[in-house]
Structure formats: C-alpha cells, structure tokens
Write a protein that binds this ligand. Structure first.
Ligand code: FES
Length: 69
C-alpha cells in the first residue's frame, strides 16, 4: 500500500492568483461563476499576466466546472 495522500494537488500554479488550479476549482465549486467573472473573483488572472487563462479554462472544462459567459 502506498502512503500517498488521496488528493495530491499537482495542478498548475497560477502566480497571479497565488493559487493552484485545484484551489481555484474549489472556489468555483463553492460559488460557481461565469468564466470571465471567475477570472476576477476566484482567480487573479483578470488583473494578472493572463498567460494561464487558456489552460485554466481547459482545466475547468475537464472538471465540469466551466460556465459560459
Ligand atoms: S499566471 Fe495565471 S494569469 Fe498569470
């Protein structure tokens, strides 16, 4: 048996949000928002460099947490 924790957060890290995608996903699940609003409220991408927005959008889609604007 492995002693690894059940949930390892190996998702990408968004420097502008100071959060991993998994943390942003958790915020989105607690308070679902359309994507553009999510970028301003749950993540710092809206006022940040924007370099991970496409990747974050794909991540949320993969986890059924993406809401169209
Ligand atoms: S690193 Fe995510 S928006 Fe800049």
């Amino acid at each position: 048996m492995s002693a690894a924790p059940e949930e390892v957060d190996d998702s990408p890290y968004c420097c502008c949000s100071a959060a991993t995608f998994q943390e942003i996903l958790a915020r989105q699940r607690a308070n679902p928002l359309p994507f553009m609003e999510l970028l301003m409220v749950h993540a710092g991408c809206g006022g940040g460099c924007g370099s991970c927005i496409d990747e974050l959008e794909a991540y949320l889609r993969d986890h059924d947490a993406h809401i169209e604007d």
